[in-house]
Every structure is written in C-alpha cells, then in structure tokens.
Design a binder for this molecule. Sequence first.
Ligand SMILES: Nc1ncnc2c1ncn2[C@@H]1O[C@H](COP(=O)(O)OP(=O)(O)O)[C@@H](O)[C@H]1O
Ligand SMILES: Cc1cn([C@H]2C[C@H](O)[C@@H](COP(=O)(O)OP(=O)(O)O)O2)c(=O)[nH]c1=O
Length: 218
Amino acid sequence: MASGFFISFEGIDGAGKSSHIAPLAEALRAQGHSVTVTREPGGTPLAEKLRAMLLHDEMDALTEALLVFAARRDHLRCVIEPALARGEVVLCDRFTDATFAYQGAGRGFNPEILTMLEQWVQAQPTLPEGHIRQPDITLWFDLPPQVAAARLADARQPDRFEALNQDFFVRVAQGYASRAAQAPNRFVRLDAAQTPEAVWQQLTTALAGRGWLAGAQP
Ligand SMILES: Nc1ncnc2c1ncn2[C@@H]1O[C@H](COP(=O)(O)OP(=O)(O)O)[C@@H](O)[C@H]1O
Ligand SMILES: Cc1cn([C@H]2C[C@H](O)[C@@H](COP(=O)(O)OP(=O)(O)O)O2)c(=O)[nH]c1=O
C-alpha cells in the first residue's frame, strides 16, 4: 500500500500556523506531491459540527476532550487515513498535541485519560503492532503568549479559547513544550517570533533536511 506523509501544525492561537499552511501546500504541489489540507477539530461534516460546539458552547474539560477525540476519529477514518493510503501529503492544522496542550495543560485535565483516548482513537490496523497514527512531523510554532495576544488583538473575534486569559496560554505553551520533549524526533520547533519570511525559511530548511521541499521559495 502507498504510504503518504502526515504533517501537523501546532502552537498557541496566533502563533502563525494558518498563515503557513497554504504556501506549504503550494510549494509541495509545485514539487509534484498530491496534498490534502485539513484541520482539527474539523475536516469532515460531522467533525465540523463538533468543532462549532467546542468553540462556542459551554462545557467542562472532559466533554471538550471527548468531543475533540470524537471529531478526530471521524477525521482519521474519513479523510486522513484514505489520503495517506493514496500516498498524499496531509497538512493538518492541529492534531492530538493540541488536546494535551489545551485540555491537558490548559484546562488541567488528566493526561493519563488523554493518553488512553489517544490510543483508542488513533489505533490503525495497517500500522505495525503497538503503533498508533501520529504525524510524521509536527511543526511547532513556538511563540510567547504575550506576542500572540498582541497579534490577535485586532485580528479577529475571539472564540471560547482565544477569549481565555494569558495564564491559560502560558500553561498551553508549557504543554506544547513538554509534548515536544517527549517526541523530539517528531517535533520541529520553529521560533515563531521572527518575521513571516524568517519563519518560512526555518520551516522549509527543516523539511528540506528531512528530504522534502528542496529549494522552495517563499
Ligand atoms: N511571523 C509573524 N509576524 C507577525 N505577525 C504574524 C506572523 N505570522 C502570522 N502573523 C499574523 O498573526 C495573526 C495570527 O496568525 P495565524 O496564522 O492566523 O495564526 P494561528 O493560525 O497560529 O492562530 C495574523 O493576523 C497573521 O497575519
Ligand atoms: C485540535 C484541538 C483544538 N483545540 C482548540 C484550540 C483553538 O483555540 C481552537 C481552534 O483551533 P484553530 O483552528 O487554531 O482556531 P482558528 O481557526 O481560530 O485559528 O480549538 C482544543 O482545545 N483541543 C484540540 O484538541
């Protein structure tokens, strides 16, 4: 079976993830790859409905965790796994690291339960025994929360998460840092405080170092 490549984009709100996904998709297509661009929570009609609830309805942290993993299951089954099986590159705006950062570190929800849900939801019969589906590379846009807040101040109407205070995002940023420490080969840390051009340069250099995107121009 053809095996594609799975890249996730992570970081706190305002870190610059979304700004880099379309240019990366274009650069990969220009080099002959088929690319699926998607996002979490979301990516399927069902998961987009769950996303709207997560972003706008009041609920506790367990309900948040169950909704994001339900959305993820549908997204994996209907979009990500089929795209990988076709040999495509999948670019996904957030994945499970966001759950550990937001519901785990941010909300203070039990990470052991998140790990259990991760094992169930990301089980995939085509993978070798003991493996679950994870991104091949996670591009982590690391940015101090106060810089992200300044970027978002005028940019858009905040959702339930973006409206939370600075302390929440300090914990979320720490959550990403500890996830990155647990999977150093998967995570690529980008200094997202630099200019968009410099962040793009870091991103393409990291991918080129792994055999992707030779000579891509911003
Ligand atoms: N490197 C950067 N320097 C300054 N502003 C940036 C940079 N990257 C993105 N932005 C701006 O910050 C805001 C948030 O960027 P966005 O890509 O939507 O972040 P995210 O998807 O991580 O929430 C946007 O207004 C965007 O134009
Ligand atoms: C994937 C995921 C996202 N989220 C949150 C983080 C974001 O604040 C929000 C939506 O993410 P995002 O798509 O980055 O928002 P936007 O479209 O505004 O850039 O969902 C979680 O809390 N847990 C998760 O597992």
